[in-house]
Every structure is written in structure tokens, then in C-alpha cells.
Design a protein around this ligand. Sequence first.
Ligand code: AP5
Ligand code: MG
Length: 205
Amino acid sequence: MKLIFLGPPGAGKGTQAVKIAEKYQIAHISTGDMLRAEMREGTKLGNEAKSLIDRGELVPDDVILGMVKNRIQKEDCKNGFLFDGFPRTIAQAEALEEISAIDYVINLDVPAERLISRISGRRMCAECGAGYHVSTYADANCKCGAALYQREDDKEETVRNRLVVYERSTKPLIEYYTRKGLLHTVNGDASIDVVDAAIRAVLSK
Ligand code: AP5
Ligand code: MG
């Protein structure tokens, strides 16, 4: 199965992707997580991406496409994969069509006013990539034991620009994938388990 999770920053793409990738035994490919790993390792790509990510701007399409093409060659993609945060521009979607077919595009729909509070309370684990929210998880450490941190681009000013960039560059993909007959919109403004069940219902059709 080959999936795309689409949605604005804070919609719950990463939270839901972990669950669905596990259920269907497919690779979870988050371009954001891949870029953050490059930044942590201090690679040339990571250093170049950092100034864009910290401002809430997109990383150039050719950089992202190079990363994704390499990634889907890996053994763990044999069963399929779930793209979380990719594609993010029409150009990325068109390029993806040249390299792989897609079975479903899940669009997580969450009202804008909910996104800021979700993101500002988010804490991440650098070791296992798990994400939490301070309102439901008060520990300073992840369940795996590693320390939690707040993403550099989760500061309110940056988040506001990420939302503007989403409206301008990524939201047009809703129309793009509707025309292809692939888009399924799921209400993301419900509990994590309810959203998970709604996504599973779409995928079991
Ligand atoms: P990326 O890491 O992809 O960030 P994003 O798209 O902005 O999305 P987020 O990760 O912020 O949100 P999410 O939808 O995953 O929500 P989450 O599940 O964590 O990209 C970061 C940057 O990298 C970009 O700005 C760009 O610069 C660059 N980049 C990445 N991909 C790129 C590409 N393809 N092209 C160009 N540039 C690219 O949930 C958020 C919070 O809400 C958490 O605290 C969570 O616990 C909580 N939560 C989740 N679901 C629920 C729920 N149902 N109810 C209550 N709380 C919930
Ligand atoms: Mg995410």
C-alpha cells in the first residue's frame, strides 16, 4: 500500500502515520524527520536546510526529491510506504507521479485555530521520533527514556509562516488529488483514536 498524508502543520500527520505504518507494515517516510536527522548530524544538506526550516519556508523541490527517490529504494519499502509531509508542492506531486503510483491520499482536516495550540504544546523525542503534547503527557522524558525537546520551528512566529506557506504551496494539492480521484478527507479535529479509526475505515474500503 502506498499512501500520502496531507494536512497543515500540526494536523496530526506524524501522530497518525506511526499507527498506520505499523498496522500495514509499511515504511513511514517523513521528509521533515529526514531533514531534522540531517540537521542533527550536521551534514551539508542539513546545514543548508536549517535556515529555511527555522524560518518556516520550504526546502527546494530538487533536494526533497533526491532524498525521497533514495529512500524508497530501501528494503523496508518493499511492502509500500506512507509519505508524511511529502509532496508539499504541485511540482513535487508531478515528480512523484513519474516515480511511483499512489493508492490513497488522506487529507487531515483541522481548523486553523486548533493548529497553533497543538504545535506550541508539542514535544518531540530525538531518539525514537515520538511526539507528545504537554496537555496529555507531562514527563520531561519520552517513553523510550530519551529527553524530549521542542522543535526550533515550533515557535509561534515560525508556525504562523508555516501556515501561510501551507496555504500558498501545499493546499492546492487538495484540488490536485481530488481531480485524480485519490483524495479522502478525514476530520482530524477529534481524539487521536477516533481519527485513527476514521483513517482505517477509508483504507479498508
Ligand atoms: P514537517 O516536519 O513535515 O512539519 P509540518 O508539515 O509542519 O507538520 P508537523 O510535523 O508540524 O505536524 P503534524 O501534522 O505531523 O502533527 P503532529 O502529529 O506532530 O516539516 C518541517 C519543515 O521541513 C517544513 O516547514 C519545511 O521547511 C521542511 N519540509 C519537510 N518536508 C518538506 C517537503 N516535502 N518539501 C519542502 N520542505 C519540506 O501533531 C501535532 C501536535 O498535536 C502533537 O503535540 C500531537 O501530540 C498533537 N495531536 C496530534 N493529533 C491530535 C489529536 N487528534 N488531538 C489532540 N492533539 C493531537
Ligand atoms: Mg510531523
